[in-house]
Design a protein around this ligand. Structure first.
Ligand code: MG
Length: 382
């Protein structure tokens, strides 16, 4: 009877090099608002054949790993990549096979993982490769010999191994010699390494331009939604509009501060992520929202979008009333809304109109507001 496979993924993320202009090691630098390491970690974590994913970090990086990945198990690696892998092999428990991956290759597909696991049925080692398609030539100034490329491959990760084979390779590898990858090490022991189809998406992200390319590979989905609200004008109430207190002989009445403009805007933002409406999140029946500052409703909607790594591109607000005149307060409202949403002023539009003395707004009984919000949500890498 063959032993059941238990496959553990190991992500080597112990580098300390910082992206140009960044403040955290590259593997924790953001791609489309998400730490680079989170992409490949998710690929392993959501693959049904991977029992566990262990992350190897450098001393002092555990907090970064927890911030990026939640409570993913981490081990502290060594001074070199080889040492880090060796240390992680002691942490894989009863794993029969391991997939060793570099955090610098974020866009790992399940297809590559599937191919590697399939190859492990007949081999103790398997690696993803891509053929070399460019012409290769020697020489740094003048063209020298053309290097035949028919049998050349670009080697990627993850690299898959039977645990015993990889442990044996690490055990005998000379301490003073570096290895470029683990496949090289098991090969020295005579282990046949199967080649499977790699992926152009697995390109290493190293230089600043690679980050820009990686960013471009994350597909964004544009979402637009609208919000609408009405509140009654009454004497003896403060008039809060667009987050600004406006001197007027009447104010808007409602359970909260009744800022009709911020309510419409909040509903538009909630609409972009299909998260219900303002009443879903702040029920008027709940006494804690009595007289509440509507700025917090708007900021809550913005946080829900940020939690999905979304970006607010633009908000557009139209306030409908006969009085007060909105023009003198437009700049203050724009600035307040931009501030609450963390947007530049050119991404916030505040407009106003009368309704030609028609209807409840025309009679001064209430104020209506309509808002449209446009956001972008990152999807999976293309
Ligand atoms: Mg309202």
């Amino acid at each position: 009877m063959t032993q059941a496979k238990r496959i553990v993924a190991i992500i080597v993320a112990a580098g300390t090099g910082v992206r140009a202009g960044g403040s955290v090691p590259k593997q924790f630098a953001l791609i489309a608002g998400r730490p680079m390491i989170a992409y490949s970690h998710e690929a392993f974590a959501t693959h049904p054949a991977i029992a566990e994913t262990i992350v190897v970090v450098a001393e002092g990086q555990q907090a970064l790993a927890i911030a990026a990945l939640g409570d993913a198990p981490t081990v502290v690696g060594g001074a070199t990549r080889r040492e880090s892998v060796s240390i992680s092999l002691a942490a894989v428990g009863d794993a029969t096979h391991v997939l060793i991956h570099d955090a610098a290759r974020p866009f790992l597909s399940h297809a590559v993982i599937d191919s590697l696991i399939a190859a492990l049925k007949t081999r103790d080692a398997a690696i993803p490769v891509l053929p070399v398609t460019d012409t290769l030539a020697r020489g740094d100034v003048l063209l020298g010999d053309i290097v035949p490329r028919a049998d050349l491959n670009r080697v990627q990760t993850p690299q898959a191994f039977a645990v015993e084979a990889l442990r044996a390779a690490h055990a005998v590898w000379p301490a003073d010699e570096e290895a470029t990858d683990d496949a090289q090490m098991v090969r020295r022991l005579g282990v046949g390494v199967a080649l499977v189809q790699g992926s152009a998406m697995l390109e290493k992200v190293t230089h600043p331009k690679d980050f820009a390319a990686a960013e471009a590979r994350v597909a964004y989905e544009t979402r637009t939604a609208m919000g609408f609200d009405v509140h009654r004008l009454e004497t003896g109430e403060e008039l809060w509009l667009g987050g600004v207190l406006i001197p007027h002989d009447k104010g808007l009445s409602g359970h909260s501060d009744a800022d009709v403009a911020l309510h419409a805007l909040t509903d538009a933002l909630l609409g972009t992520i299909a998260a219900g409406d303002i009443g879903t999140h702040f029920p008027p029946s709940d006494p804690q929202w009595k007289g509440a500052d509507s700025a917090q409703f708007l900021q809550h909607a913005a946080k829900l979008i940020a939690d999905k790594r979304g970006r607010i591109d633009f908000v557009d607000l139209t306030i409908m009333c006969e009085a007060p005149k909105i023009g003198p307060h437009r700049a203050a409202m724009t600035s307040r809304i931009a501030d609450l949403l963390g947007l530049t002023l050119d991404r916030v539009s505040v407009k106003a109109t009368t309704t030609e003395r028609l209807g409840f707004t025309g009679r001064g009984e209430g104020i209506a507001a309509q808002a449209v919000a446009t956001i972008r949500l990152p999807g999976s890498p293309l």
